[in-house]
Design a protein around this ligand. Structure first.
Ligand code: FO1
Length: 318
């Protein structure tokens, strides 16, 4: 088979859960056939630095640099910056490791010099020898704001400072209406043979991507299989506040609830064996359903799940 017959795969991803399947894809698919489109709604300015947590989580994961305990940040990290920050009584609610800091410093410097977020991301990926294409969902700023029982909180203040404790009443993706996808994302989606929605938080990681108007339209129009992996397994989120937030927003906390939420950009849905009883309901929604072990603890798990998904969508002549 020539490389031209290998499908072009586009995957949408956000934080730690998304990065796991992104890793599986990266290790399974030829790098020039894989484009990852990453949520930037979590980005923020902190201590004068531009921080892009989801881009960094994916980048570190692909480069085998990620902290295995947290899933975000760099492994074997040192925390001299945070110690010095505490000595000054400076803001210490957001943990910036010393190695991680280099990423934020370079990104901020290059953005200030006039490069786009996409150019900066490509440069960082290149220097970490990441072969596939990693694209921010937009070069324009989109910021997730969380409406809560304590008022409107910028995303990282809700998620990290307030540990996702306040009750969520709504979400806003400020700037999304004016944001546009990268031209390369547009053409790659139009030529995609398979689109994968990684098991990221649907409300915090996938919705901001879909809030970019052209992006949602492109994904809806894409005439290829569009398969997502449920981030809700056995009534709970694998990691993070997805289940709590879904319940607070009145969504059913199940693979069906997530599939319903993302229905217009899906043709297929992968659920865990423990949730097999939802199959009939998902099929009645018009979805192709795959039931398998979706828990990804090890790198082998990530690759196994990826291969199982790709086996259902075999390479086909374009
Ligand atoms: N998450 C935390 O829970 N606490 C932190 O102090 C923290 C710091 C941090 C620094 C850099 C980075 O890239 C990510 C970091 N995260 C931290 C994770 C981040 O808040 C979330 O993973 C995402 O924004 C949600 O996907």
């Amino acid at each position: 088979m020539t490389n031209n017959n290998i499908p072009n795969i586009v995957a949408l991803a956000g934080g730690v859960g998304g990065a796991k399947l992104a890793y599986g894809l990266y290790k399974t698919v030829p790098a020039d056939k894989l484009t990852l489109i990453i949520n930037t709604g979590d980005d923020f300015e902190h201590l004068g630095l531009h921080i892009s947590p989801d881009l960094d989580t994916v980048m570190y994961t692909l480069a085998e640099l990620a902290n295995p305990q947290t899933g975000w940040g760099v492994q074997d990290e040192s925390w001299g910056l945070m110690q010095a920050m505490r000595r000054y009584g400076g803001p210490d609610w957001f943990d910036l490791g010393d190695q991680d800091l280099a990423t934020h410093l370079l990104r901020t410097e290059w953005l200030r010099a006039g490069q786009s977020l996409n150019e900066v991301t490509a440069e960082l990926c290149d220097r970490l020898s990441i072969g596939c294409t990693v694209l921010p969902m937009s070069n324009q700023p989109v910021r997730t704001l969380v409406d809560t029982s304590e008022g409107i909180l910028p995303f990282q203040e809700y998620f990290v400072k307030r540990r996702s404790e306040p009750m969520v009443t709504g979400l806003t993706f400020a700037g999304a209406e004016q944001a546009e996808p990268l031209p390369s994302a547009v053409s790659t989606i139009q030529q995609a043979d398979l689109i994968i929605v990684c098991p990221s938080n649907p409300l915090l990681s996938i919705d901001p991507i879909l809030a970019v108007p052209t992006m949602r339209a492109l994904l809806m129009e894409a005439n290829c299989p569009k398969v997502g992996v449920s981030p809700i397994v056995g009534g709970a989120a694998i990691k993070g506040p997805a289940a709590k937030m879904m319940a607070e927003l009145g969504l059913e906390v199940s693979p069906v609830g997530v599939a319903r939420h993302l229905r217009d950009v899906l043709t297929g849905w992968v659920i865990d064996t423990i949730d097999a009883d939802y199959t009939a309901e998902l099929v009645s929604m018009g979805l192709t359903v795959q039931v398998t072990n979706t828990i990804m603890r090890t790198n082998e798990d990530k690759i196994r799940l990826t291969k199982e998904i790709l086996d259902e969508y075999p390479a086909f002549e374009r």
